[in-house]
Design a protein around this ligand. Sequence first.
Ligand code: ATP
Ligand code: MG
Length: 567
Amino acid sequence: MEVVGAYLVQSLEKYHVENLVQNLDNQAQLISGFTERYFYPIPRRQEIENLIQGFANPDISHIVILDEKGSVVFSTDEDKFASGTKLFTPEVTQATFGSSSNDIRQDAETNERFMYLARPVKSNGKVIGIIYLIASMEKIYSTLGNVKTIVLMATVIALIVTGFLSFALSKTITGPIQEVTKKAALMAQGDFDQKIPVKSDDEIGKLTEMFNFLTTRLKETLEQISDEKGKMEAILTNMADGVVALNSQGEIIHINPAAMKMLPIDEFGNNLQSTLEKLFKISRVDFEGEDSDVKETIVKRGDAVLKAVMAPLKRDARVIGLILVIQDITKENRLENMRKEFVANVSHELRTPLTTIKSYAETLLEGALEEASIARQFTEVINNEADRMTRIVNDLLELSRLDNKEIRWKKEPLNIARVLKDVISKMEVNAVRKNQKLTFNVVPDRNGFESFADRDKMEQVFQNILSNAIKYTPEGGRIDVDLDMKDDMIEVTITDTGIGIPEKDLPRIFERFYRVDKTRSREMGGTGLGLSIAKEIVEAHGGKIVIESRQGEGTKVSIFLPPIIAA
Ligand SMILES: Nc1ncnc2c1ncn2[C@@H]1O[C@H](COP(=O)(O)OP(=O)(O)OP(=O)(O)O)[C@@H](O)[C@H]1O
Ligand SMILES: [Mg+2]
């Protein structure tokens, strides 16, 4: 508007000025036409005055008539342009030379602007006088001023209106965008419950709609991720194996509770990282990937045996850390050792009688057969050793069947008191032979110690325990068999005053072939399988067997069996 206004004002000014010049020129020409004849040979003032007097034009302020030299002949303003004065304005000078010209000048006193136009009056090409017209330009300038004011006002109004409009418009545009920005900031802080009402159908509306869609999708995705993470965390937390993740600097970035439990932190101070490094000998090489794919380490720490599987943690074929899966293989290790020991024991136990048989048989073949008494003695030894082997093999078979649950139990309601009585009467001879006092006490119970059990197997259990008691109690000792109820279980205790079992051997006493004093036990005909078999049988009946003992004082074996509760 300013540019248009300036252009407008300028062209308007130009138009008015040109118009005025044209107008003045026309007037001058008109006047010169009328007055021409009064100039020659000298200007006749009276006639000119009369003529000019009748000539009135609102545009022209003053009319001055000059002679050919520029001296005033007549003027409408005698104060300013007195007759006889000579004018030297540029226009007048120009006119004396025969051409008309004009100029705009400001009055020094009133600041009024005037247009001055001088036109020569000619006769036969000779200047005979000059028409000098002076017109005030204030009207034009006041008109222009008005136009300027109008343009200015219009500009101001337009500015204000546009200001308001653009403010309102920008509000409708920026409002929703600001809201989206605000909600996006909230989202960045983790609050995904952001919804913006969709108010329009335009681009902003679409943006809002898209934003809402984005939030819901983001929320869903995040929920999925956190679900997955939760699952992974639960798995890691509840895993029996320890899992440790290290970053490329070797720092622990994740460790699960199982791993925490397995690692002996105290040994190396509280620094888990150095504990790990020292324990599993983690080196820089493990982080370099490629060929160092999966590495297995087994370390022993006291009683515990730990196995660690190390694998580089890769992202886009770049190693970013190390994953350690730690397993506590103490139990497996022990079982494995037990298995090896068992096989060694079996071989050893079988080889001993075999060696004996072999050497005795060789001696016999080498001539001892001729001597009847020696031959008989040797054959007896061979026979005994063969019996022993048979016993071992039978015991092993029995154990194997118990292990594989292949035994067909003939379970029936059994009176434990009666079974004990039978076993005692069978074994009594051995006790008597060793001068031992064997007693049997039953604490009366209204349920009568009935258990649902296999008679032969139960007899075997009691026989094993009782034979041990007799075997490992010196002559003149005491053996007590007691039958009672304890904690709703039938309790059979066989107590002796024998040699007892050293404390260090107690935990292993139920192991197969385990004997406190191998040579001595073997001399007594023991195989070291009796207690193991007894334990398996009792446990197969839902009971348990406990040994308490003190070396040199005696042993107490308690067998607990579930009773049949009388209806
Ligand atoms: N009452 C006891 N007093 C002292 N030591 C015992 C007693 N009972 C068992 N033991 C110890 O426990 C070991 C294992 O007993 P177990 O009955 O299993 O084997 P065993 O008696 O040697 O041979 P068998 O297979 O002939 O019974 C014995 O060798 C013995 O050292
Ligand atoms: Mg025994």
